[in-house]
Design a binder for this molecule. Structure first.
Ligand code: COI
Length: 355
């Protein structure tokens, strides 16, 4: 168990008012959690302090070789005033998987959870309650050794910041348009595609700019070898409903194992929907669209929750889904997941954890 020192701010910010639209990731709360690591000493000095800039050497390794990881989860306020986290154990487990992959020291799971709960408790008043909002929790670790050689750092900072958020996409629950990338790739098997590290996101930016310029919200990636099998979208996993069956790409090493992805699979199976995790080719999607069996497409993610997809563009083929509206399964998934997160539906899976 960590002995967390708490230093409260003497200058609290004004909480965003109820009418604030809460653009994703733009407002930060009063406090942050921070803890240091040094080889030989381990993780030490856990503390909650006022939210503030970091003081780092320009030679800190994170700036040069990108040794960093991050996670994303959310806290919700229930109607009866409790604060709930959604499946934090899954994020913590994945964080340590990422750490192992990029040679960052692991954080004991119970310490990680204690750190999240402590900082969320301190800034509990920041949890928004308007429909579709939550407190986004962003834990991350950066390598801080002042050194220009390539090797794992001996020093790190583990930090958790908090941001009251609304919908990730400006479209909200309205369907997004997705561009299927045919030039660049995001990740390959054996690389770091399944790790939650910034490098995967910077790899996506050039295509994202191109997609935006064409009027699309996000990029859907194909596999890096055959350029044929569907992988994931920049900020979410992807699902298709074809002829009654729910399909999502299998976790093959280059796809992020999403927590919402896992929850959606569990719910669809409980609802008796045939569900398959397997390779899905772009030709299969195109054929399903052409023969009228592509019933629904949606993305899943912590930030995105359930995001219906209304249009896919692959080369010159424009595939319209659900007449551009939200499909019944996407809507049911959104209602069920947010219902559990907000404590309005019975949590039979024990997915929520009280702070
Ligand atoms: C999340 O959904 O939590 C993510 O980390 C995706 C990020 C692009 C916002």
């Amino acid at each position: 168990m960590l002995n967390i020192r708490i230093e409260k701010t003497k200058d609290p910010k004004v909480l965003p008012g109820k009418d604030n639209p809460l653009k994703f990731g733009t407002i930060f709360t009063d406090h942050m959690f921070i803890m240091n690591y040094e080889t030989g000493k381990g993780w030490y000095d856990p503390r909650v302090i006022p939210y503030q800039p970091l003081n780092l050497e320009p030679s800190a390794m994170v700036f040069h070789y990108g040794q960093e990881m991050f996670e994303g989860l959310k806290a919700y306020k229930t109607d009866d005033g409790r604060t709930l986290l959604f499946r934090p154990d899954k994020n913590i487990e994945r964080a340590n998987r990422t750490n192992r992959r990029i040679c960052i020291p692991e954080i004991p799971e119970e310490d990680f959870l204690q750190a999240i709960k402590t900082v969320v408790k301190v800034d509990e008043a920041w949890i928004p309650t308007k429909e579709g909002t939550s407190l986004y929790i962003r834990p991350f670790i950066i390598a801080t050794d002042p050194y220009l050689g390539v090797r794992p750092s001996d020093r790190y900072l583990f930090i958790i910041i908090l941001s009251p958020v609304g919908a990730y996409y400006p479209e909200g629950l309205n369907p997004v348009k997705i561009w299927i990338e045919d030039e660049y790739v995001r990740a390959v098997k054996g690389g770091i595609g399944e790790a939650k590290t910034g490098a995967n996101y910077v790899a996506s930016m050039k295509s994202q700019v191109k997609a935006h310029d064409e009027g699309y919200s996000q990029v859907l990636w194909l596999d890096g070898v055959h350029r044929k099998y569907i992988e994931e979208v920049g900020a979410m996993n992807i699902f298709f409903k074809i002829n009654g069956t729910v399909l999502t790409p299998e976790l093959n090493g280059s796809i992020l194992p999403g927590v919402t992805r896992d929850s959606v699979l569990a719910l669809c199976r409980e609802w008796g929907l045939p569900t398959e995790e397997r390779k899905i080719s772009i030709d299969e999607i195109k054929a399903a669209h052409e023969n009228g069996t592509l019933e629904e497409v949606w993305g899943t993610g912590t930030a995105a929750v359930i995001s219906p997809v209304g249009q896919l563009r692959w080369e010159n083929h424009i595939m319209q889904v659900q007449d551009g509206g939200i499909g019944p399964i996407s809507q049911k998934l959104y209602d069920t997941i947010t219902g559990i997160q907000l404590g309005r539906l019975e949590d039979i899976h024990n997915w929520t954890v009280e702070v």
